[in-house]
Design a protein around this ligand. Structure first.
Ligand SMILES: NC(=O)c1ccc[n+]([C@@H]2O[C@H](COP(=O)([O-])OP(=O)(O)OC[C@H]3O[C@@H](n4cnc5c(N)ncnc54)[C@H](O)[C@@H]3O)[C@@H](O)[C@H]2O)c1
Length: 356
């Protein structure tokens, strides 16, 4: 791509996540990293020195020096998303706002409305949408009936401004809403706070209008990292590992249906099948996505798609409505956790031993 087609981009908030945005923009040939912004001026200077761009302590300073900036990543803590992104969207600057879009539905609506009113591109940083395993599932056009997700990790002492539902479960809520594509009928949930005012461990059961049931577990108090999904649908069974960016599937092929018919017949005839290896009878396929170089890294693919949306003005891959829907679902899970009644337990913190 020629230099003329490169889009000037800045990153606001260069902590743990924002620094990854900076690193990737610096490598993308479609992007021209011009500046970083952080209220921690020393941090901004350090990152700017490393990547050869300007450092500013505020968005006002960024806009003063770069009035024509067209694309910005917003990676400040979630509670600051509105303050950071609203003035940019109001200037029609395309914004990639890290997930969750906002800490509340009210704030998410402010951002979505501002983007619509000013015809600004607003993409939400639901990075898992770009995970090759999820992209492979999305191409299968599944009609999910039952979904089971576990997302657990050790405490990092980050993102404590929100609970584990807005911090971690939101990834899976976004993916499930995309795959199920149906209104939520009912949510039951339980959660416990261990370290602060917000829940650190949560378990939710979501029933959709289609009858699909999704069970989600999220913990930031675990001893291990695990991010797995199992999905049962009309067409296929899928088991995927977000971390490994891959998985397996068993499709409703003629071969597999024949194997099932044969087993059913033998069971109906009262045969002893205890020595039968069922997994050797069915065809297990690898969940694969043929992606061009670089596209297999979810964050690189996300930032590439954002720059394209900023250049063309087209609707981004994960738009404001999707970001809003995920926050709305997360808020309902949190409300269900508050409504949940424990019996015989004075302090929910006592159950911390059950976190992994
Ligand atoms: N997509 C993902 O997988 C993923 C992973 C981790 C975090 N995140 C999201 O990224 C965001 C940032 O998280 P983090 O872990 O990088 O936080 P962090 O605390 O490491 O970094 C935030 C940075 O923003 C700066 N900052 C705070 N308020 C500011 C303001 N008003 N203006 C300018 N700078 C400001 C801070 O000084 C800090 O350097 C959160 O929304 C979080 O949910 C997304």
């Amino acid at each position: 791509m020629s230099t003329a087609q490169r889009t000037d981009v800045a990153v606001v908030g260069v902590g743990r996540m924002g620094r990854h945005h900076v690193r990737i923009y610096d490598e993308l040939e479609q992007a021209n990293l011009v500046a970083v912004v952080d209220q921690d001026e020393e941090r901004a200077e350090t990152v700017a020195d490393e990547f050869g761009c300007k450092a500013y302590p505020s968005i006002e300073a960024l806009l003063e020096h770069h009035p024509d900036i067209r694309a910005v990543s917003v990676a400040v803590p979630t509670n600051h998303h509105v303050a950071a992104a609203q003035p940019l969207l109001a200037r029609r600057v395309a914004c990639l706002i890290e997930k969750p879009l906002a800490p509340t539905v009210k704030d998410a609506k402010i951002l979505a409305d501002t983007a619509k009113a000013h015809h600004a591109v607003l993409q939400v940083g639901h990075t898992e949408r770009f995970n090759p395993a999820i992209r492979a599932v999305a191409t299968l056009n599944v009609t999910p009936r039952f979904i089971d997700v576990d997302r657990v990790s050790p405490m990092t002492f980050r993102s404590l401004d929100v609970g584990v539902v807005m911090d971690m479960m939101i990834h899976d809520l976004d993916i499930i809403l995309m795959l199920v594509d149906s209104p939520i009928r009912k949510i039951d949930a339980a959660g416990v706070s261990v370290l602060g005012p917000h829940e650190d461990i949560a378990s939710a059961r979501i029933v959709f209008d289609t009858g699909c049931v999704a069970n989600l577990t999220a913990s930031r108090m675990s001893m291990k990292v695990e991010r797995k999904m199992r999905l049962f649908s009309e067409q296929v069974y899928v088991s995927l590992d977000y971390q490994k960016r891959g998985g397996m599937m068993v499709r409703k092929t003629d071969n597999n249906m024949d194997a099932l018919t044969a087993v059913r017949e033998q069971i109906s005839q009262g045969k002893d099948l205890s020595d039968l290896d069922y997994s050797s009878m069915i065809q297990i396929e690898e969940l694969m996505m043929d992606l061009p170089p670089g596209e297999d890294d979810p964050l690189t693919a996300e930032l590439t798609s954002f720059i394209k949306a900023a250049q063309t003005g087209q609707s981004p891959a994960v738009d404001a409505d999707a970001g809003y829907a995920a926050v709305a679902a997360a808020e309902r899970v949190i409300a269900a956790i508050r409504d949940h009644k424990w019996r015989g337990l004075d302090d929910p913190r006592l159950v911390i031993g059950h976190s992994d």
